[in-house]
Design a protein around this ligand. Structure first.
Ligand code: FDA
Length: 392
């Protein structure tokens, strides 16, 4: 086959957006490689054959955006349902509606408050510590929302997420802890929200359908002996790389640290396990952080779901070791210093652009990954391929 104009490493939202734009707008021939056996990156999902329920294989993915350009772009590939995300949290035998809001405050303190009364109550409880005096995450949280709400809704959950006592965690992990003094319990406040009508994989597959795009799966950039291995193509072909930036440079500046999540999937013999998509478990003694029940993301598909069964996932959070899926950047001061050194190396790397959540060591929501890929296309790739501007 003819040599492509561009190699994209990683078939997630970032890589596929870049590939689609370059093929459609510039007529380039693009090869996209991914080491996994499927495209879509972490947004990949599949329908469980037994129950007919769409399962998000790398954790629950809810699409939302206030970026009009991104919204217009994604609607070229899929329609969206009108799903609006809500999250509930269990604590000491009660279920509360999150995020922290007037309903939760009333239920937790066992009494009704006007918005003004609730504000005064929380401000009084938060006055125990001044925010600027906080020396760790616990003190910071108490200074923002007071000790009672902190102990119920932040302490146990955070300890499980980080496997570390919040008094041992840095205060700058949290900047704010929003409390809503209304009954509003929608999780996201973006202009647009919904789930892809026929699923994430159909959406992602359509992005790669252009005849100029070739997707090669089970192809690791760093594995030797194939057409697009790093050793063969580095410096000979423009590359957009969306894998881990430290791996690209063989970890020569050290390893960036990540949290991972173990996802334990099971089919339960009940029609409805928990009555909603996501329930957080705030008690520290419960080992998992959340349970996801996927059928609730698509109530409109009720007729295609097998009655009497449901698919759930228990989530357990921990530090990522070598070989684990990197999910959330830990971003310690040491990580930030390491990242700066990798950024310099990345900028100096000829003919390679680094993008996406792994390539920039950043947590990106889907709409952010897509938006950032659209910017890379407009600001870097179009000028390079259109006007011959240098790539790095
Ligand atoms: P992504 O990780 O998707 O793709 C990178 C691809 O590169 C992978 O397929 C990988 O296999 C491939 N790759 C890496 N190294 C390679 C190599 N050497 N050779 C070949 N291929 C290689 N967002 C949101 O908007 N709403 C949500 O609800 C959620 N929920 C959520 C839950 C969890 C648990 C996580 C971890 C993340 C989310 N997200 C999310 C974020 C979402 O997953 C994220 O925005 C996208 O995955 C970003 O797409 P990228 O293409 O940047 O990376």
């Amino acid at each position: 086959s003819a040599r492509p104009d561009l190699l994209v490493v990683g078939a997630g939202f970032f890589g596929l957006t870049v590939a689609e734009r370059c093929a459609t707008e510039l007529g380039l021939r693009v090869v996209v490689i991914d080491r996994r056996s499927h495209l879509g990156g972490n947004a990949y999902s599949e329908v469980d054959p037994e129950t007919g329920v769409e399962v998000h294989k790398y954790g629950a993915h809810l699409f939302h955006t206030s970026n009009e350009k991104v919204w217009e772009y994604v609607n070229r590939f899929t329609a969206f349902t009108d799903y609006k995300h809500r999250v509930f949290g269990k604590y000491q035998g009660q279920v509360y509606s999150l995020p922290m809001n007037l309903g939760l405050i009333n239920q937790f303190f066992g009494k009704s408050h006007t918005p003004q009364e609730a504000r005064e109550l929380i401000a009084g409880q938060a006055s125990e510590i001044a925010t600027e005096d906080a020396t760790n995450l616990e003190e910071k949280a108490v200074s923002l929302i007071g000790r009672p709400l902190y102990e119920a809704f932040i302490k146990g959950y955070t300890a499980k997420q980080w496997q570390t006592d919040p008094t041992e965690l840095s205060a700058d992990i949290i900047t704010r802890l929003p409390v809503r003094y209304t009954f509003e319990n929608r999780w996201f406040s973006d202009t647009h929200e919904g789930l892809p009508v026929d699923g994430y994989t159909a959406w992602l597959t359509r992005m790669a359908e252009h005849p100029n795009i070739e997707v090669r799966l089970e192809t690791d950039f760093f594995a030797p002996g194939h057409d697009y291995s790093a050793e063969t193509v580095k410096g000979t072909l423009p590359i957009v790389y969306t894998g881990p930036v430290d791996e690209y440079f063989d970890h020569r500046e050290g390893r960036l640290s990540w949290r991972t999540v173990d996802l334990e999937e099971s089919v339960e013999d009940v029609d409805d396990f928990q009555g909603t998509g996501v329930v957080n478990y705030n008690d520290q003694e419960v080992p998992f952080t959340r349970i996801i029940e996927f059928k609730h993301f698509h109530p409109e598909r009720v007729k295609t779901h097998l009655p009497g069964k449901t698919v759930i996932v228990h989530e357990y959070s921990r530090f990522a070791e070598e070989g684990d899926e990197p999910y959330y950047p830990i971003n310690t001061a040491e990580d930030r210093a390491t990242l700066l050194r990798y950024r310099e190396l990345a900028q100096a790397e000829p003919m390679v652009l680094f993008g996406g959540r792994l390539g920039t060591y950043q947590y990106l929501d889907m709409h952010m990954a897509i938006g950032s890929a659209l910017s890379m296309f407009e600001n870097r790739l179009r000028p390079h391929f259109g006007e011959g501007a240098p790539l790095t």
